[in-house]
Design a protein around this ligand. Structure first.
Ligand code: HEM
Length: 202
């Protein structure tokens, strides 16, 4: 029974979400309300859930795939480009979109969406909490735009999902790699903003 469950990803994830929802319900019961604060907690969970999937796959590409590809024998490369990478990119780009959406909802829920995106400068004196989280939100937003405007279109060409000649494929592969590297560069400072703000500023 257990082995049957675990050998099927969909069923495993259904059980995983059921367990999570029991916990969410537990919080609701003990908190006693489904007000804005409760939803803030739920969206924070979902934001980090999608964020981990996105950045986890970004780091898979950069720490594992891009580094090891040059060593993979030519006849084995299609195993990565035709099977592994397209699947990884599917979860990667949708996780990026949902991380961004949940982040925007979180900022709106907390009442600082505009204040943060304007880096605290709408307030007098300038709001440090909004500057810091706004910086993180900009870094994350730039990373999100890089995924959908540059990495994914370039990967479609590089991986042969859309037709192109060999030169165009090589150029697209290089472009995708560089934008992926930019996102890796931005990922660490972005996470410093995301994770430190609440502890320091509440
Ligand atoms: C794409 C653009 C993003 C936006 C607009 C955004 C927005 C936000 C906002 C508004 C918060 C709440 C901060 C607070 O309440 O003080 C937050 C927290 C957080 N974000 Fe993001 N975020 C983005 C990307 C990411 C990414 C890629 C990750 C990767 C894992 C991430 C991980 C986190 C974490 C861990 C927290 C802290 C949650 C907590 O302390 O409870 N965010 N984000």
């Amino acid at each position: 029974m257990m082995a049957g469950l675990l050998s099927n990803l969909r069923n495993t994830m259904i059980v995983s979400f059921i367990l999570a929802l029991i916990i969410v319900a537990g919080y609701e019961v003990h908190y006693g309300s489904t007000d804005a604060i409760f939803w803030q907690a739920v969206f924070r969970w979902l934001h980090v859930l999608f964020g981990v999937m996105w950045i986890g796959l970004l780091w898979y590409f950069n720490f594992v795939q891009i580094r090891k590809m040059p060593e993979v024998p030519a006849e084995l490369k299609p195993g990565v480009t035709k099977y592994i990478a397209p699947e990884a990119l599917f979860w990667f780009r949708w996780a990026a979109l949902f991380t961004f959406l949940m982040g925007v909802i979180l900022a709106y829920n907390r009442g600082f969406l505009v204040q943060a995106y304007t880096l605290g400068f709408m307030e007098k004196p300038v709001s440090a909490p909004h500057s810091f989280i706004g910086l993180g939100m900009w870094l994350g937003t730039i990373m999100f735009i890089n995924v959908w405007a540059f990495i994914w279109p370039a990967q479609k060409i590089a991986l042969g999902i859309v037709e192109a000649d060999a030169d165009a494929k090589a150029a697209a592969g290089r472009k995708a790699m560089l934008f992926s590297r930019i996102n890796t560069l931005l990922s660490v400072p972005m996470l410093a903003c995301m994770t430190m703000n609440q502890t320091i500023f509440g």
